[in-house]
Design a protein around this ligand. Structure first.
Ligand code: THU
Length: 133
């Protein structure tokens, strides 16, 4: 997990956040063992901003990954920043309930959750697998 946290912290330093100045880095480990990173990428048209977590996942999925074993997010100064609701829903596409998610702040505070804790009873691909008609 330490390597993943370091990757998230490095990714945070590459954030493009000139509007909010709130920098976020994320690193996801795929079942292949590889790590994919992302940082938040803001836009002058504010609503087009993309969160770090989704950038990391898009990087991984576009590289062919579909299974993930852990996610680290680096955000916040004191209290670590938590993944937003949109990112949690995005994770639901691939994350199983037991996937660990670690959040770390720049002051070194750290919290760990499972995906199920961050998004209980998710809406996901299973909804379509259950469709019978
Ligand atoms: N942000 C993330 O990158 N991830 C989250 O889960 C929460 C918010 C970014 C989006 C925006 O660039 C900045 O943080 C402030 O909202």
């Amino acid at each position: 997990m330490q390597e993943l946290i370091q990757a998230a912290q490095q990714a945070r330093s590459r954030a493009y956040a000139p509007y909010s100045r709130y920098q976020v880095g994320a690193a996801v480990r795929a079942a292949s063992g590889r790590i994919y990173t992302g940082s938040n990428v803001e836009n002058a048209s504010y609503g087009l901003t993309i969160c770090a977590e989704r950038v990391a996942l898009v990087n991984a999925v576009a590289a062919g990954e579909r299974k993930f074993t852990a996610l680290a997010v680096a955000a916040g100064e004191g209290e670590p920043g938590m993944p937003c609701g949109a990112c949690r829903q995005f994770m639901a596409e691939w994350f199983t309930p037991d996937v660990p998610i670690v959040v770390v702040s720049s002051h070194g505070q750290q919290k760990q959750f499972t995906f199920a804790q961050l998004l209980p009873e998710p809406f996901g691909p299973a909804a379509f697998a259950e469709e019978k008609d």
